[in-house]
Design a protein around this ligand. Structure first.
Ligand SMILES: *[C@@H]1O[C@H](CO)[C@@H](O)[C@H](O)[C@H]1NC(C)=O
Ligand SMILES: *[C@@H]1O[C@H](CO)[C@@H](O)[C@H](O)[C@H]1NC(C)=O
Ligand SMILES: *[C@@H]1O[C@H](CO)[C@@H](O)[C@H](O)[C@H]1NC(C)=O
Ligand SMILES: *[C@@H]1O[C@H](CO)[C@@H](O)[C@H](O)[C@H]1NC(C)=O
Ligand SMILES: *[C@@H]1O[C@H](CO)[C@@H](O)[C@H](O)[C@H]1NC(C)=O
Length: 319
């Protein structure tokens, strides 16, 4: 095929805007219960949306229709096990703990460090805390409960700290004040992602999740509260967000424009399709879908654009 042929793809909104990313999101503006929404997403995409970071939270908020201010289901629901996880989303499998002797000792879900050894305690306690960012650890000498400390770190730094090894534990210990319990990023969590992958990024609204059972086992993102999470009864009907590439593209028709520098011959229609296919792959859009040309009534695939556009596109333009 002529090497000077450029393929410009003009695709429609939904499919295109979010798809070049590693886990594209799709807002489905149809109200369903959480289990129905989960099946819908698993059939057509990968699963209900999983959220890994504040960047994802912001992306989710942005794809919900402006004007809708209710809750939108995401892929998190109450699980059956309680597991330790880190505020920044990391799980604790194969990781390091430095519990004080006799700790953890109760049904207390948040962790502080005292002279470098860890204690579980009630998340509602108000303590100093440590935040981290690229440049290191910062001790915040203002007392907050664990969730407020998390919000503070996420807004002003990166997050509450994750401690992977004794080196990091010692580094943090150096900036601590003696005689103080200080929040770190470890917490006990009983929520489970729809895909069962154990990553612990959570973005609860103030007062959520509620300790009492019966306040709902499924999680919705509130568009009115900058993407914070609330628990709801699973049978409530909400719009929802799926993630993953589209599995079933049935007759998705897109129009595209080809332009070239120099003498174009458009006889090699298969060659052009192969180019397009390569391009889709490079953008992470491959899949089992097949692409083909759609012929007009006269049996032709291409037609030339008006002179005006053709001139803009250099020597020849076709549509
Ligand atoms: C933390 O304090 C905020 C108010 O500043 C409150 O809404 C929230 O429920 C508290 N969280 C916990 C776990 O006590
Ligand atoms: C971020 O820091 C500022 C200044 O210390 C503070 O006023 C603000 O409340 C902090 N953000 C959060 C979410 O706590
Ligand atoms: C924990 O996280 C690591 C790295 O992010 C991942 O490879 C591992 O599969 C996770 N464990 C579970 C049980 O999901
Ligand atoms: C364009 O190329 C075709 C075949 O490669 C040739 O027949 C034709 O004369 C060329 N036209 C121009 C304007 O160069
Ligand atoms: C396109 O431009 C050429 C010369 O620039 C002119 O001869 C021709 O009539 C134009 N065709 C149309 C459809 O405007």
């Amino acid at each position: 095929m002529d090497g000077s042929l450029f393929v410009l793809l003009l695709l429609s909104g939904l499919f295109w805007s979010s798809s070049a990313l590693s886990h594209p999101y799709h807002y489905i503006n149809v109200r369903m219960s959480w289990p129905e929404a989960q099946s819908y997403c698993r059939e057509r995409f990968t699963d209900l949306a999983t959220v890994y970071s504040m960047d994802d939270v912001n992306r989710l908020v942005n794809i919900v229709d402006a004007g809708y201010s209710g809750s939108v289901w995401i892929g998190l629901k109450r699980g059956t096990l309680k597991r330790w996880g880190w505020s920044n989303g990391e799980n604790t499998t194969s990781q390091y703990y430095n519990w004080a002797s006799g700790q953890p000792n109760g049904d207390e879900d948040c962790v502080s460090t005292y002279a470098g050894v860890w204690h579980d305690m009630l998340c509602s306690n108000k303590r100093y805390f440590v935040c981290y960012e690229n440049s290191g650890y910062i001790l915040i000498q203002s007392t907050k409960n664990w969730t407020d400390a998390q919000s503070y770190c996420r807004q002003n730094y990166t997050d509450l700290p994750t401690i992977h090894n004794s080196e990091q534990n010692n580094q943090i210990n150096k900036i601590l004040l003696s005689e103080n319990y200080i929040w770190i990023g470890l917490f006990l969590d009983s929520w489970e992602r729809s895909d069962k992958w154990s990553l612990f990024f959570r973005h609860w609204a103030a007062g959520q999740p509620s300790m009492s059972s019966g306040s709902g086992d499924c999680v919705g993102m509130s568009t009115a509260d900058s993407g914070k999470w609330f628990q709801h009864r699973c049978d409530l009907q909400h719009p929802f967000i799926c993630h993953g590439d589209l599995k079933l593209i049935r007759n998705q028709i897109v129009r595209l424009k080809l332009s070239c520098n120099g003498n174009c011959t458009l006889n090699d229609q298969t060659g052009i399709l192969n180019e397009i296919s390569k391009k889709l792959k490079s953008m992470g859009l491959e899949g089992e879908s097949k692409i083909s040309w759609r012929k007009s009534e006269g049996g032709e695939v291409f037609h030339q654009e008006s002179n005006r556009t053709a001139n803009l596109n250099n020597k020849c333009g076709r549509r």
